[in-house]
Design a protein around this ligand. Sequence first.
Ligand code: S3P
Length: 427
Amino acid sequence: MIVHNSRSLQGRIRVPGDKSISHRALMLAALANGACKLTGFSPCNDCLATLDAIRALGVDVEIHTPHKLTVSGKGLRGLQAPASPLDCRRSATTMRCLMGLLAGQIFTSSLTGDGQLLRRPMGRIIQPLRRMGARIATAGPVSIIIHGRPLHGCDHVLPVASAQLKTALLLAALYADGPTSIHQPGPARDHTERLLAAMGAHIETGGATIELRPSTELSPIPIHIPGDFSSAAFPLVAAALVPDSRVTVLGVGVNPTRTGLLDVLRQMGAEVAIENERLQGPEPVADVTVWTSTLYGVEIGGETVVRMIDEFPVFAVAATQAHGITTVRDAAELRVKETDRIRGIVAGLKAMGAKIQPLPDGFVIQGPTPLRGAIVDSYGDHRLAMAWVVAGLIAEGETTVNHAHCMDDSFPGFVQMMQEMGARIEP
Ligand code: S3P
């Protein structure tokens, strides 16, 4: 994909539905006692992997449009053994959350996926599930075998602030013989907790601790999925950087466990407006506008990192344009995402002329530096690919993004949407 220096991005846009909520909506609707209508569903590659998996578990899903589905929930005890391994493709949320969902079933199932996914850490899910009595085996590098069996309630102290891990444990806890409590070290996204509460599960959340008592049923509810803040981050950061721009993303999720980037952009001096804030089911949504802004360096660490964990590739592009030094720490989790994102960010931005140094748990950027067009690689990581498109819009000359097709893993339609706002991109 070739990206040219662009001027003036303008638009009032909508981004695809939230990927994290779409996965959870499918899985929880599959366990509900009746039909759930999902609207705003994200038809990205990762969520389609979850959709195929729940169908393979015997759940009927009627697709009305790419964004509107009806999931005919089978109840907590109604899933069927799949005929073949469930292919999670490149989606860690699918694999990790399904491990929890399948651990307490009365059948054996197995999970597989692309090489990229199978290289990612799974022990962090398998070990705490085993403490609940789960029988999970890994069969070489290609699959995980889950021998469903009765589970016990457990007290978990999570070593990392991972929402996938938390969700796996909550799904398993629905099947346990007693209460489960989870203590998390940071504010990992809480979409599962919100949906479970809306469906009538016995869940209590307070501070860093979540308690769930086993349920006999989950009530079917309509689930309207807001726009994905992590997708909105790309056009919003692009608007801050490209001269004479103003971009509004309408109806985007602004759950505080997701919007660390907005706080940081404001701290950097960006002009940001959050308007029309309202609740859509259990999730807060709003219209978010960003204007071209002069940015200043910041120091990021601790809880803020958790609340913007997926936004660092595009944030790093913004930091190259900020006056002064930007330091990111406490973000070692970036090393085990779709790729080692610290390595990928540093390699791509160095190729474009930025002053960036890696840290074991983050990076340091000195700005502002004019970027120059270069050949950069996504290494098959959707968020790196889209970050390089944003960088290409402000770089002098032409930027070539290799392996750009993986953008569809989270954001189908990204390129067209950016073009419609004035971005000069040749797919
Ligand atoms: C996600 C949780 C985060 C995030 C990922 C989606 C989720 O991962 O990076 O893109 O939907 O639960 P971790 O659970 O590894 O922190």
